[in-house]
Design a protein around this ligand. Structure first.
Ligand code: ADP
Ligand code: MG
Length: 305
């Protein structure tokens, strides 16, 4: 197969590992900075160009799209889809997962456990909004934040009101969420490929911090998850339409609750914590689901029937 890894930087750990794993399995693989791709949106023969050349020999695409460039990244992935090329995750899944509110709405519809979450626009609804999610302490999140930036713990109703007013004053979209105190600054990253959680790690916030993001100084280790957590993670990825996802779960008293689903989950933390070859598993998944294989298996069925 010829595999294109859509990534802004070929030196990033995840990009390097995917490239290595593809080569190790005898595929040809290239890294494409998707912001440098341009496309011709035309009936019958949609195309993508890169460095003055048409990309017409790609079999499979692995999108690694950062949050700040989601819009253009998703457009490039969609164009590959229009050309009939296999993409590890579809553009629609990437776009949904980038919008925390949209993803939580879709997950809630299917009965996935979530922290009680509110969304509002006008400051005169703040009191009821706070009451609706169960009062302080509560978590306030910028819809567009990542890596823990824009996630605030308000310990009192007074603090919550001030923070919500401040964010609303800046016209920022925010979620207001029940604080899962019993998780004690720890969450679980479940790495889903296809219908399986292939690896899971516990991430623990550093002392004095409630956000467990590794970018915020959190630490990680291997963890064994329960069947309920396993099925919650697999179902969440499926509901958002993602083949590969990092599903972040908090252990609440009443069972697992999903915080967010990441469509370009990093490989460094999870490979280090679990010692597993996740990049290799992603390439294996592409091989198994690639079109030539499907055609081959249909032919085999025809031949054997
Ligand atoms: P980001 O996209 O910035 O990573 P998250 O929603 O994942 O935002 O929140 C960052 C971290 O804050 C989580 O990994 C978790 O440790 C903590 N956190 C977020 N929401 C809650 C909550 N409702 N209750 C307890 N801790 C939370
Ligand atoms: Mg997170």
């Amino acid at each position: 197969m010829k595999i294109a890894i859509l990534s802004r930087n070929k030196h990033l750990y995840s990009t390097r590992r995917l490239l290595e794993a593809a080569h190790a399995r005898g595929h040809s693989a290239i890294v494409i900075d998707f912001l440098r791709c341009y496309m011709n949106i035309t009936p019958h023969k949609p195309t993508i160009h890169f460095h003055g050349r048409e990309l017409n020999d790609i079999d499979s695409v692995i999108p690694r799209i950062g949050a700040s460039v989601s819009f253009y990244g998703a457009a490039v992935v969609r164009q590959f889809e229009m050309m009939g090329i296999q993409t590890l995750n579809k553009s629609v899944g990437i776009t949904r997962s980038r919008d925390k509110l949209h993803s939580l709405q879709m997950l809630s519809r299917k009965g996935i456990g979530l922290p009680i979450t509110g969304f509002a626009n006008r400051p005169d609804e703040i009191e009821d909004l706070i009451r609706m999610v169960g009062g302080a302490p509560l978590v306030i999140k910028l819809l567009s934040g990542t890596q823990g930036i824009g996630v605030v713990l308000a310990e009192t109703e007074q603090a919550a009101t001030s923070v919500i007013e401040a964010f609303m004053g800046l016209k920022a979209n925010i979620l207001v969420q029940e604080y899962i105190e019993e998780a004690k600054g720890t969450d679980i990253r479940c790495f889903v490929i296809g219908n399986k959680v292939v690896a899971a790690m516990e991430r623990k916030a550093r002392a004095g911090e409630f956000r467990s993001n590794l970018h915020r100084g959190g630490s990680s280790k291997l963890i064994k998850i329960t069947p309920e957590e396993r099925s919650t993670a697999v179902r969440s990825a499926k509901i958002l339409g993602l083949n590969v996802a990092g599903v972040d779960i908090l252990r609440a008293n009443h069972g697992p609750v999903v915080m967010e689903v990441n469509s370009s989950p990093g490989l460094e933390g999870i490979e280090a914590a679990t010692g597993k070859d996740i990049a290799g598993m992603i390439i294996d998944f592409l091989e198994k689901t690639s079109k030539p294989t499907l055609i081959k298996s249909v032919k085999q069925q025809v031949n054997t029937s």
